[in-house]
Design a protein around this ligand. Structure first.
Ligand SMILES: O=P(O)(O)OC[C@H]1O[C@H](OP(=O)(O)OP(=O)(O)O)[C@H](O)[C@@H]1O
Ligand SMILES: Nc1ncnc2[nH]cnc12
Length: 172
């Protein structure tokens, strides 16, 4: 086992071939999240460049919630869920986008003061469609995305060109 905490955290990510469809190598962060030291290490690494420069953390359903809640709690700020269509009782805006696999629409309620400084987080940056849609959602509601951060970037899919710059902990 490596003694570098970030290397150890990365080694916990499981690689699952052909999920959720043939040809996709799915990177499952569940074992990393279940390890207390690894979770602490990656959350600190995500927050590091943005020290106290944001008012709230936004995360995209579903795996982004896991990162956003932990980042918000570690930073002493609140958390805003950006949800897939049809889940929120009071959606204020919605944006549709393409995924590495399939298509999706995200929505957000708007209980934030105009001009709120938002740190936007997710687990994975793949094509960048999800985070670009989330940035547009926040912009459309008059908020400022002061940073965008993910646990893991799938570099060959070029997501940084779509929604960058994105602070990334693991590049694969
Ligand atoms: O950069 P992109 O190509 O947009 O892909 C990245 C997104 O794909 C996954 O979410 P998914 O929609 O599979 O939802 P889940 O979190 O509910 O599993 C992942 O959690 C990111 O949000
Ligand atoms: N290959 C992948 N593994 C895990 N999450 C993803 N989200 C988009 N592509 C993904």
């Amino acid at each position: 086992m490596t003694s570098d905490p970030l290397e150890h955290a990365e080694s916990l990510i499981a690689l699952i071939p052909d999920f959720p469809e043939p040809g996709i190598l799915f990177r499952d962060i569940s074992p990393l999240l279940a390890d207390a030291a690894a979770l602490h290490t990656v959350i600190e690494a995500i927050v590091a460049p943005f020290a106290r420069e944001f008012d709230v953390v936004a995360g995209v359903e579903a795996r982004g919630f896991l990162i956003a809640g932990a980042v918000a709690a570690a930073s002493g700020v609140g958390m805003v869920p950006i949800r897939k269509a049809g889940k929120l009782p009071r959606p204020a805006a919605s944006v549709s986008y393409d995924l590495e696999y399939g298509q999706a629409t995200i929505e957000m309620a708007d209980d934030l003061p105009r001009g709120t400084r938002v740190l936007l987080v997710d687990d994975v940056l793949a094509t960048g469609g999800t985070l670009r849609a989330a940035q547009r959602l926040l912009e459309g509601l008059g908020h400022r995305t002061v940073g965008t951060a993910v646990l893991m970037e799938l570099t060959e899919l070029g997501g940084q060109d779509v929604c960058g710059p994105v602070h990334t902990i693991f590049r694969v």
